[in-house]
Design a protein around this ligand. Structure first.
Ligand code: BES
Ligand code: MN
Ligand code: ZN
Length: 497
């Protein structure tokens, strides 16, 4: 898809589909008024007759003749009370749905002059262009590489988005949105790839591939021998039962000054989670291919960073392993010594995410991080607590937690904070080791984060539990690309700080 930003009047854009916004009531955006004038009041008539309601995300496709465009798509943006970023996002999703598989080859989208009010500058033209870019890329995503029948090629090949100008700020915002969408799509590709293909070594290859595509990203992969030497016995206890060796994947982007501390992203990369000897029940176990969703999001954010090249340093660390039962698998009751020196009694081999992450959290100390944000499909309890709308957020630093919450709010990729109080720590007391890897049923998301916090004492750290947000189940099964928008917004808001 070819995307361009244009400040030409809509009448000068020779697209075969023009997209304009129609509010239910109230003042029209300028592009809608102009289109209506050119079409001799046709939009007004359609509204009067009830064909075009203006209801949020409603769409009406009108064939035209003898006009600069062969069709007009009228997208409803609702009543005044609907001027929210959420309603605006819905209208953009509806737009993408209408044009993605239709007859048009070139669509001109005039939706950046629709008023939006919300948190911080979400109504600014830059915020809207960012969102338009991201939603379009996100919605045009298809995953079909494993179907023998190829999808028919899409007719739509070019999108022109109209704006008040094409200066650097507007262009950058639009391009950042597109790059965020592409980052999400990489996340989705990795997540959706089946687990017989997407194993730790394959993930490592994807990192090498990203480095090849963007030479600003340097990749380094540690194998099991190197991890053993570093004392990462907790991480290695997870891959012990698998024929696939674990990998620690490190990607470095150095766009800032050499002495600037890096933002470190850590991802859980369990390419398949059977539970190990503490075997999971069979139902929907296929979805445990998404247990590398944290790693996939780290990849996605890195791709966005690599494409947009912000002046900052970002380091990504992915703990990749497959959790399988076998004669060499870790047993419940086994005790391992982590890289930090702390010993762990593994009472449930299905609580493996924390076991790989803890060694990664110790490893990243070597980067002297500005902050560390880890993300993981860590606990089923997080789905019980927050469902699929909010990512769980736990942190040892209030400012960092608030920055991430605000970024999620701005990006429409929200998180909700849970407490990390000391009172919960005792649930991890073990009779035989420094700690056990499970804390019982109460507050499962919190005790999982408590476990991680013991390895993240030396820096500002936040943990994102994306068990409910990384993928959708059921008919719409597939990776969501979350929480890439939140991460990108957070990172970019720290450029130059
Ligand atoms: N990957 C799972 C968590 C998960 C389960 C995410 C279902 C999304 C959907 C994780 O490794 C796991 O198995 N966690 C256990 C922890 C328990 C044994 C303390 C869980 O949540 O049941
Ligand atoms: Mn598990
Ligand atoms: Zn898991």
């Amino acid at each position: 898809m070819n995307f361009t930003l244009s400040s030409k009047p809509i009448t000068d854009i020779k697209a075969d589909c023009l997209v304009v916004a129609l509010p239910e009531k109230g003042t029209w955006p300028e592009s809608t008024t102009r289109a209506d004038e050119l079409l001799g009041g046709q939009i007004k008539t359609l509204q009067k007759n009830g064909d075009a309601t203006g209801k949020t995300a409603s769409t009406l496709l009108v064939p035209l003749e003898g006009q600069p465009w062969s069709r007009l798509l009228i997208v409803g943006t609702g009543a005044d009370k609907d001027r929210t970023p959420t309603a605006y996002r819905k209208a953009l999703i509806a737009t993408a749905g209408q044009i993605s598989d239709g007859p048009s080859k070139h669509a001109a989208i005039a939706l950046a002059d629709t008023p939006v009010t919300g948190p911080e500058a979400s109504g600014s033209e830059t915020a809207k262009l960012n969102l338009i870019g991201r939603i379009l890329e996100d919605q045009f995503y298809r995953f079909s590489g494993f179907k023998s029948e190829k999808l028919s090629t899409r007719k739509l090949a070019k999108i022109t988005v109209t704006a008040s100008g094409t200066g650097k700020a507007l262009k950058d915002a639009f391009n950042l949105g597109l790059a965020t969408g592409r980052g999400m799509n990489l996340t989705k590709d990795l997540g959706n790839t089946p687990p017989n293909v997407c194993h730790p070594s394959w993930l490592a290859e994807q990192a090498e591939k990203l480095s090849k595509e963007y030479d600003v990203v340097k990749t380094d992969v540690l194998d099991e021998k190197q991890m053993k030497k570093l004392g990462m016995n907790s991480l290695l206890s997870v891959s012990a039962g698998s024929a696939q060796p674990a990998k620690l994947i490190v990607m470095e982007y150095r766009g800032g000054k050499a002495d600037e501390k890096p933002y470190v992203l850590v991802g859980k990369g369990i390419t398949f989670d059977t539970g190990g000897i503490s075997l999971k029940p069979g139902e929907a176990m296929d979805e445990m291919k998404y247990d590398m969703g944290g790693a996939a999001a780290v990849f996605g954010a890195m791709r966005t960073v690599a494409e947009t090249k912000p002046k900052m340093n970002v380091v990504a660390v992915i703990a990749a392993a497959e959790n399988m039962p076998s004669g060499t698998a870790t047993r419940p009751g086994d005790i391992v010594t982590s890289m930090s020196g702390q010993t762990i009694e593994i009472l449930n081999t299905d609580a493996e995410g924390r076991l790989v992450l803890c060694d990664a959290l110790t490893y990243v100390k070597k980067f002297d991080p500005e902050v560390v944000v880890d993300m993981a499909t860590l606990t089923g309890a997080c789905i019980i607590a927050l469902g699929s709308h909010a990512t769980g957020l736990l942190s040892n630093n209030d400012a960092l937690a608030n920055d991430l919450l605000a970024a999620g709010e701005r990006a429409g990729d929200r998180a909700w904070r849970l407490p990390l109080w000391d009172e919960y720590q005792s649930q991890l007391d073990s009779n035989f080791a420094d700690m056990q890897n499970i804390g019982g049923r109460p507050a499962g998301t919190i005790t999982a984060a408590c476990f991680l916090s013991r390895f993240a004492k030396d820096y500002r750290w936040a943990h994102l539990d994306i068990a409910g947000t990384a993928w959708l189940s059921g008919k719409a099964k597939g990776s969501t690309g979350r929480p890439v928008p939140m991460l990108v917004d957070y990172l970019m808001s720290n450029v130059g700080k």
